[in-house]
Design a protein around this ligand. Structure first.
Ligand code: AMP
Ligand code: MN
Ligand code: MN
Ligand code: MN
Length: 284
């Protein structure tokens, strides 16, 4: 069975490639399925679905990624097999995009105050794209002296840096509920991130999130070692959660990550797809 990739971003959120380019690349690298999981928007999914129809051996899956907070920790939840037309999900995502716009205004004021003004209309681009730090990073890298987008993050945009403004995020149960209402299954994305990522913490978080309705957890991810993947799979089995996996590809915004292949060693097995699909069908 071929490999799949259930986590990537297009230019409709903070990736660089169009949804059509993503579908084409996925077919070119031999994936049998790709989920587009843009942050806080479903706007790229129609183009994605239409482009995918040209590649019969490569299935396109409608997804979304929603950032949430639990205590001090930021947890990301992806939805897979969602209905992009669902009114409740669209209302929920619309609120998140408005919050992003307010936060972007606050960040732009901070950046101007320390000598890095950015142009808000340029940042917004056309339409109601969810503005995030990667959009700031790109513009700052173009207009000022930085070696890379990573350097802009390190100097200005990471948590604790002078240009950083935190987001006001919903709790995980709100994201899980919105995904379920749209008929999708809810996955805890990249459960290993940042300093607090040991086995016992992940196990406890999985149990808590499962109590909130979580369906699965990302066991394959670009930055995970084989041992970390095994650890997440073990926890998933213990907590009766399904396993998902993906690259979190963003195009040139994160040049070290390749679609489907992560940093070169990623291989998400196609076998994990049917249980996820089955769960989403049960949710309808
Ligand atoms: P935001 O949701 O606006 O707070 O921005 C978070 C996004 O920034 C993530 O989804 C990543 O795409 C991106 N990101 C975070 N850290 C970095 C980094 N060091 N280099 C490049 N992109 C990053
Ligand atoms: Mn991102
Ligand atoms: Mn994420
Ligand atoms: Mn992501």
């Amino acid at each position: 069975m071929k490999n799949i990739d259930l986590h990537c971003h297009s230019c409709f959120s903070d990736g660089c490639d169009t949804p059509a380019q993503l579908a084409e690349s996925a077919a070119a690298v031999g994936l049998s399925a790709l989920a587009l999981t843009d942050h806080d928007t479903v706007a790229g999914l129609e183009e994605f679905r239409r482009a995918g129809a040209a590649f019969p051996g490569m299935e396109t899956i409608a997804g979304v990624e929603i950032s949430t907070t639990y205590g001090q920790k930021e947890l990301h939840i992806t939805g897979l097999f969602i209905d992009p037309a669902n009114p409740f999900l669209n209302g929920f995502l619309g609120d998140l995009r408005r919050e992003r716009l307010e936060r972007a205004r606050a960040m732009s004021a901070r950046l101007a105050a320390i000598g890095y003004p950015v142009n808000m209309p340029e940042l917004q681009g056309s339409g109601a794209r969810p503005i995030g730090r990667p959009h700031f990073a790109r513009l700052l890298a173009e207009n000022y002296r930085f070696a890379s987008i990573a350097e802009v993050f390190d100097r200005l945009l990471k948590r604790g840096c002078p240009g950083y403004v935190p987001r006001r995020l919903p709790p995980p149960e709100a994201a899980i509920d919105a995904i379920h209402r749209a008929g999708g299954c809810a996955i805890w994305a990249h459960p290993i991130s940042g300093p607090r990522s040991d086995h016992s913490w992940i196990n406890r978080m999985c149990a808590k999130l499962r109590g909130m309705g979580l369906d699965g957890v990302e066991a394959w991810y670009s930055t995970f070692s084989p041992l970390q993947t095994d650890m997440i799979r073990e926890v998933a089995g213990r907590q009766r959660l399904l396993c998902s996996g993906g690259s979190d590809y963003h195009g040139e915004n994160q040049p070290d990550i390749m679609l489907g292949r992560g940093r070169g060693g990623l291989a998400v097995p196609g076998e994990i797809l049917e249980p996820l699909r089955q769960r989403s069908l049960e949710l309808r």
